[in-house]
Design a protein around this ligand. Structure first.
Ligand SMILES: Nc1ncnc2c1ncn2[C@@H]1O[C@H](COP(=O)(O)OP(=O)(O)O)[C@@H](O)[C@H]1O
Ligand SMILES: [Mg+2]
Length: 199
């Protein structure tokens, strides 16, 4: 097994065609709480990943190990959108972000809030975008949670891809038009953003 990434919360191993995401313990947390938190997040991520697999492109879930705090899933052998964005032409960018907006609409219509929509959590493979990292995701039908989900993506684009952030996010919103509650959520997004400015 090869260690691919070491994040703040988890280690990512590559094992053949599988990814193993192992939640590591944090010494600064009380032991009992640490264990509960890792178990909760492991279970929750696996559950939501599984729920997503019938509605959008995500890695298939292979196995959940609640003792080892590990999730085994399909390895999407593509490129992170983060690393690819600079090489895309206008037309490709437009198409990809429109598609991302479509996918977020599907997630939200199913009351799934990703909560960490960044270009590091999107893998491009076979001309399709795969969403990964459901570690912070939760189920909610609240307009507020959906608006904040979009807002976090906008912020992430601004932080990492300043030059294209605006056009990319405009295309996300175009794709998001197909959401059941489009107008309400966009209205709320506007409020969320104005609120942010005066924080
Ligand atoms: N199923 C997967 N297929 C391909 N790469 C993955 C997969 N899961 C994780 N990765 C890689 O590992 C990185 C970290 O995984 P992620 O689930 O986002 O954990 P973290 O919570 O540390 O951000 C991703 O940005 C991606 O590069
Ligand atoms: Mg991630």
């Amino acid at each position: 097994m090869k260690l691919l990434k070491q994040g703040a919360e988890a280690k990512i191993f590559l094992d053949g065609n599988s990814i193993i995401k192992e939640r590591i313990s944090k010494s600064y947390r009380i032991k009992d709480i640490d264990k509960k938190l890792r178990l909760y997040r492991t279970r929750s991520e696996a559950k939501i990943l599984d729920k997503c697999s019938s509605i959008i492109n995500v890695p298939s879930l292979f196995n959940v190990d609640e003792i080892g705090m590990k999730i085994k899933m399909e390895f999407i052998n593509g490129k992170l959108l983060r690393d690819l964005l600079n090489d895309l032409n206008e037309e490709e960018k437009k198409e990809i972000f429109f598609y991302i907006g479509n996918e977020i609409a599907v997630l939200h219509d199913n009351n799934i809030i990703h909560q960490d929509l960044t270009t590091s959590n999107m893998v491009l493979f076979n001309k399709k975008v795969y969403f990964i990292d459901f570690g912070l995701s939760f189920i909610s039908d609240r307009v507020e949670d959906k608006a904040v989900d979009l807002h976090l993506l906008k912020q992430a684009l601004n932080a990492k891809h300043y030059l294209y952030a605006e056009e990319c996010f405009d295309n996300v919103l175009e794709g998001y038009r197909k959401s059941k509650n489009y107008s309400k959520i966009i209205e709320r997004l506007d409020k969320v953003e104005r609120r942010g400015k005066y924080k």
